[in-house]
Design a binder for this molecule. Structure first.
Ligand SMILES: [Zn+2]
Ligand SMILES: [Zn+2]
Length: 160
């Protein structure tokens, strides 16, 4: 019995050419995107018309297109502007400079009074601005609080 490795190449047949199976069980639909890069097309199971790999790629493409059109519709900036803005910010949230948007896309932050786009923020930073109601005084107080916390001004208790 020869091992798989030593089988002549001619014994290998593409799945779509298997002739020892009844026609009804053969995969009828084949991936419409496989052809250019593969010598044969992989079957396209539900929902078709793509193989699992190309269906994932298509889903990613659709998701990005949907986000681009959402951003363009709501904030009036195109996908290129979004990417350019992100580059300007070094690829991270403008405030925390940690979030890259890999898990959850950075939000387009805008001035609620003028509607002008300000930058890209991660969700927690965007929520933080919302909590501070975009008030510079609020955030100045937060900085002052961190520099000189009120508890520092507590006088030691008499019995200590
Ligand atoms: Zn494919
Ligand atoms: Zn952030």
């Amino acid at each position: 019995m020869p091992s798989l490795r030593t089988w002549p190449v001619t014994l290998w047949v593409a799945p779509s050419n298997r002739c020892n199976q009844p026609r009804s069980s053969m995969p009828r639909k084949v991936c419409k995107d496989c052809q250019p890069e593969n010598p044969y097309q992989r079957p396209a199971p539900h929902p078709g018309p793509r193989c699992a790999t190309h269906w994932r790629a298509e889903q990613k493409r659709r998701k990005e297109a949907a986000h681009a059109s959402h951003v363009a519709h709501v904030y009036g900036i195109g996908h290129r502007d979004y990417d350019h803005l992100k580059d300007l910010q070094g690829g991270v949230c403008a405030i925390c400079q940690r979030a890259t948007g890999a898990t959850r896309r950075l939000s387009v932050d805008h001035d609620h009074k003028t509607g002008a786009v300000r930058g890209l923020l991660c969700r927690p930073c965007n929520n933080m601005l919302g909590h501070g109601r975009d008030s510079k005084d609020f955030f100045a107080r937060a900085v002052a609080y961190l520099i000189a916390p009120p508890a520092c001004r507590l006088t030691p208790e008499a019995d200590q």
